[in-house]
Design a protein around this ligand. Sequence first.
Ligand code: C2O
Ligand code: CU
Ligand code: CU
Length: 573
Amino acid sequence: MKAFILSVLVLVSNIVFAQNTMTIPPTITSTNINLTLQNSTHQFFAGQNTATMGANGDVLAPTIIMNQGSNVNINVTNNLGQTTTIHWHGMHVSAVNDGGPHTTIAPGATWNPQFTVLDKATTFWYHPHLDTFTDEHVSKGIAGLIIVKDPIEAVLNLPRTYGVDDIPLVVQTKDFDANYQIVNHSNADDVVMVNATVNPMTDVPAQVVRFRILNGSSQRVFNFGLSGNKSFYQIGTDGGLKEAPLLLTRLPLAPGERTEILVDLSGMSGQTLQLMSYASEFGNGIYGATNPGMGAGMTLNNYNPNPLNGTDFNILQLNVVNQTAGAITSIPTALTTVTPFLEANSNQSRTFTLSPITGGPNQLNGDFTINGVSMDMNNINVTIPLDNTEIWTISNNSAIAHPFHIHDIQYQILDIGGNPPPAYAVGWKDTFLVPAGGTSMRVITKFTDFADTTVPYMYHCHMLTHEDGGMMGQFVVVDTSTSVDDFNLEKSFVLYPNPSKKTYMTAKLNKDGEEIKAYAIINSLGQIIRYEKIDENEVSNLYSFPVFEFSTGTYILKLFTNDDIYTTKFLLD
Ligand code: C2O
Ligand code: CU
Ligand code: CU
């Protein structure tokens, strides 16, 4: 949008402005979930048709309500006329059900993931995740919330009437061109919307109200707060409830992150307040601050004329109305127990360095790499032994902060720049902003369940322009246990010479039609020291691999075939 129109709009919106009643996305409560992805149009601005993508509607997607422990059966039908995927962001599901870039849904096809809900009560979201097209499909409109319920949350005295005192907020900024069409990969994201409603207002009862907030923007970080600096309580992070409500007046939220807050509106019937972003308080190096980069004058195309950068702006007008029957009027003192992962239990540490591709550490425009490489669909960057507890150090060697997201797991933040994380980031997280300028964030997690040597999970920056530009990597979780399939091993394959003099070893399968697809070598500490997928045209019943770079000792070989996984020990002497 033209900056002039918007700067007027921002000024005026503090006084009186034509407000639109905020849409509440419909819900799906059945365990049989049908989603149809479609092209459509939507009037974000009265009388103006904008081309959109939606699930079961013009724009956005239904809120799916799931219960922990239930089995869901989902059908995603793709009527977009182009390939996409649907990813259940934050949920602990197997790689084939995760909906990452490898699990494509062709035009006209239906994808049928089925899984058991293992997560704790919280708010997740789902969105397309096609390699290099995530921003286009998300900013055109496909994004929905998932509310998971569990028995711990169910007994707490919390608001949970959807759309009344338990209100979903998908907060986004978008860029519209002169013809009111959405521009993706843009830094001119000057239109704020909640649940796809521009200039939104909503009625809220005069009692404790719960908001489930998603930052579904492509790049912008919000610094949430209420007008008049009214305080509120944070009760949940990305992957679950906090141990106790946290009293706050500001809550930053980067793209991909969710939070749940309680606002006590008791006695305020008839009053109006604003949910705002106090973006003027952001330091340099954050998208949405005065300077997107660390240094004075560092900027991005179209960033400076964007009236949302470095200023405080309204997000949602809250009109307080009469209390409902059965209103919640108090804030619980305790919520749940968050069991910490202990550093002492870590099996492996890894470092992920975020760097600009060219131009040195001050570069803001252009693409970024993780450990010096860009996303390559054919390259597995990291192989993780099943059941590993790992510490990941994400080191940001660039001038802009990046929200770092990991699929499959929820992590806990150990420290950021050597300091404990802010209180609002304590708890279960799958996405968090790594500050710019050489700062490191250390997180700890455990990779339980879902070993799969072929379909990888992703880790990436959740600024969608960066993700699409290659700021993403892939990991597989591999079962390294040696106890299971040693049975009848001699009949299945031979490995020779064993012991070996540290040159080459050869594995040969005995069964007709069985082929070696991949192999892994694991050292005596249980670390995977090599994982290799064998080139399609080299696949056969026989494979020779070098071992001369390994030191003397006992190792474990895992052979992944089209039929089975075999495990055996070998000795290098
Ligand atoms: Cu929200 Cu890999 O995604
Ligand atoms: Cu995700
Ligand atoms: Cu980034």
